[in-house]
Design a binder for this molecule. Structure first.
Ligand code: MRU
Length: 346
């Protein structure tokens, strides 16, 4: 399986997603600050993968601490947590993973653990977050395959695959699950401007797995649907509010509106760690705005003139009424999400 991120001794190692598909390069982060920078600059991206990276970064930072007492260690621990929390605001998996690490730390201290025992506990928790994410993706794949027709043409947006998780993927996990269940699947990957996660990453990992993949530019999905060439849309999520409103990569909302117009089922696949019951609806989800250069340039080439104003939101919110179902590791939840998502956590 594709190694998105792993702890290797005194480093957290991740495949550099900015360089794919041209080069397969691995980045070795030797400090928590380097992991935080890797998240911010999108060496690693995708909501679950960001959470795993933050957890591993925290464990690494504490492993390297020279503190001899718990109090000093705690001060360093909370500082590193703050550093991780300041990387990207939208994916709630980041904050979920940091909270899990905080609970693990508090429990180890409460039990009177030594500095070394606390370090071991944090390493173990980060690895558990990693391993549970892979298991969740596989469960999502098995549940999600039920909504995939026997011979399906599936459109997806951004990259919600092995690269965006600890492995296997959420939306792409559903595709992998359907294929494992014996279904025939062909994928349309939106290129996903401006960072091109669809063209660069989704196409790369699906083709690597031998899954037929057609890359289209973002403005082609309407015409494709109108020609009757899409049976199903499956996307991932960065944060799902209590009422089912879903933040995902910019452009997802447009795809959902088009899918509704053409009566194509639109599904979201995400682990429970992406569901934020504290957030009542999509209007309360913080949307990250990124650097203007991502829009004015493609690779090294400038495509918009100097002086042009730029708006570059990294995500948009798809209102819950466009979503046919939310595929999780606990099954597929249906509208009204305000009730069904609570059951998911029961
Ligand atoms: O900006 P990115 O690349 O981190 O955005 C990623 C997405 O929007 C994904 O669809 C989402 O995180 C789900 S990943 C399983």
């Amino acid at each position: 399986m594709l190694p998105t991120i792993a702890r290797e001794g005194d480093a957290v190692v991740m495949i550099d997603q900015r360089k794919l598909p041209a080069a397969e390069v691995y980045v070795r982060c030797k400090t928590a600050a380097e992991v935080a920078r890797a998240i911010k600059t999108m060496v690693i991206r995708g909501a679950p993968a960001i959470g795993v990276a933050a957890a591993m970064g925290i464990a690494l930072g504490i492993r390297k601490s020279k503190a001899t007492g718990t109090q000093r260690l705690a001060a360093e621990f909370y500082k590193i947590c703050e550093q991780m929390a300041a990387t990207r605001p939208t994916a709630v998996n980041l904050f979920w993973a940091i909270d899990r690490m905080k609970r693990a730390f508090a429990k180890a201290v409460e039990e009177g653990g030594s500095v070394d025992q606390i370090k071991d506990r944090l390493d173990g928790e980060a690895q558990a977050i990693h391993d549970e994410d892979v298991a969740s993706c596989r469960a999502m794949g098995a549940y999600g395959s039920e909504v995939v027709p026997a011979d399906a043409r599936i459109l997806t947006h951004c990259n919600a695959g092995a690269l965006a998780t600890a492995g296997y993927g959420t939306a792409l996990g559903v595709i992998r699950g359907a294929i494992e269940a014996g279904k025939k699947v062909a994928v349309f990957a939106d290129e996903t401007r401006p960072f091109l996660q669809g063209a660069r990453l989704t196409a790369w990992e699906l083709i690597r797995d031998g899954i037929p993949t057609t890359v289209i530019t973002d403005n082609m999905s309407g015409a494709l649907m109108r020609q009757g060439r899409v049976d199903l849309v499956v996307v991932g999520a960065d944060r799902i509010a209590a009422n089912g409103d879903t933040a995902n990569k910019i452009g997802t909302y447009s795809v959902a509106v088009l899918a509704r117009e053409h009566r194509i089922p639109f599904y979201v696949a995400a682990p429970l760690s992406t569901i934020d019951l504290q957030c009542p609806d999509g209007s309360r989800i913080p949307i990250e705005e990124r650097n203007r250069r991502e829009v004015t340039h493609v690779g090294g080439s400038q495509v918009a003139p100097d002086g042009a104003l730029v708006w570059n939101p990294a995500f948009d919110v798809t209102p819950h009424h466009f979503i046919a179902g939310i595929i999780t590791e606990r099954g597929i939840f249906r509208p009204p999400y305000i009730d069904s998502l609570k059951v998911a956590f029961a």
